[in-house]
Ligand binder design. Structure first.
Ligand code: DON
Length: 298
């Protein structure tokens, strides 16, 4: 590394800060009110050092970054075989909100798209999500009530997906309740520091680097990071993994995480999104970090 870590991270934000392209996620009215210029970056190592720069104390809803953590909790509770019966591990090649179900079984292609995440959510209860996510972060996470209400009012697409999943026997719980619980899961508030530590817990084989708590078994983290690598960036996953090479997950509030097995967790926040629903400046920061610090896993 060329300079002390915080200086280097600040320099990365400066270099990537100029791009004003991309759009806020307008399909969730409350997210369209966000300050589009917020920009933050955090790094947490598996031995517990954390560095955060920019708008690092600004909280935002976790959105789809919740998906790998909910998947981890479902795997820990039910085991791999039972979860695989309900949701696959293949990239869909479609947008995150498409009804990408396997022909014949009705299984969602993977747990990173909405269909898969609704299925995973139905396997765990709301309390498990809140407690589990808080253990991943190392502090109690709160709900953003405004985002929750706003998204639930406009969640017809997820309702349609949940009803289809029920018709295939993939989801057995009440479809409306599953959408409500999943929306609550997506509305938990985090900062980049929280997200970097959550990703570092995955990178550290399931043990939180600061609290020392074992949140999920090691084999669960391997499964989760592998699916993040192949499916975490939706229909941009191949582009992402070839250029950046880090298992990752994005969210429509503008968050983006990366987990480097055995090394560190990374997180960025910048609300303007590209056409895949991934943060424009977040992707640029990761490209730069991967290049400068040799983080590409291949
Ligand atoms: O279900 C939804 O559409 C949102 N709660 C989450 C989508 C999301 O974050 C997609 N990611 N970039």
């Amino acid at each position: 590394m060329r300079s002390p870590i915080p200086d280097y991270l600040t320099e990365v934000l400066d270099v990537c800060g100029g791009d004003g392209s991309g759009e806020l996620a307008a399909y969730i009215p409350e997210l369209a009110q966000a300050d589009p210029d917020r920009f933050a970056l955090a790094l947490a190592t598996v031995d517990g050092a954390t560095y955060a720069v920019g708008d690092a104390d600004v909280a935002f809803s976790i959105q789809s970054i919740s998906k790998p953590f909910a998947y981890a909790l479902a795997l820990a509770e039910h085991g791999l075989d039972a979860v695989l019966e309900k949701v696959g591990v293949e990239p869909s090649g479609d947008a995150f909100n498409e009804l990408s179900l396997e022909i014949g079984t009705g299984r969602p292609f993977n747990p990173m798209i909405n269909a898969g995440a609704l299925t995973v959510h139905a396997l765990i209860d709301d309390e498990t999500v809140r407690r589990g996510f808080s253990a991943f972060a190392g502090r109690d996470l709160e709900l953003d009530e405004e985002v929750f209400t706003s998204e639930l009012e406009t969640a017809d697409r997820n309702r349609a997906i949940a009803f289809m999943l029920r018709s295939h026997g993939i989801v057995e719980k009440d479809a409306q309740e599953v959408v409500e619980g999943y929306t609550r899961q997506c509305s938990l508030l985090v900062t980049v520091r929280d997200l970097a530590l959550m990703a570092a817990t995955l990178a550290n084989g399931g043990v939180h680097p600061v609290s020392g708590e074992r949140v999920v078994p090691r084999e669960v983290t391997r499964q989760v990071m592998a699916v993040m690598a192949t499916c975490g960036m939706y229909d941009a996953a191949g582009d992402w993994f070839t250029s950046v090479g880090i298992p990752a997950k994005s969210g429509v509030a503008g968050g983006l995480i990366g987990a480097l097995p055995g090394q560190a967790g990374l997180a960025t926040f910048s609300p303007r999104l590209d056409r895949h629903g991934n943060s424009v400046r977040g992707v640029q920061v990761f490209e730069r970090l991967s290049h400068d610090m040799g983080m590409h896993l291949m």
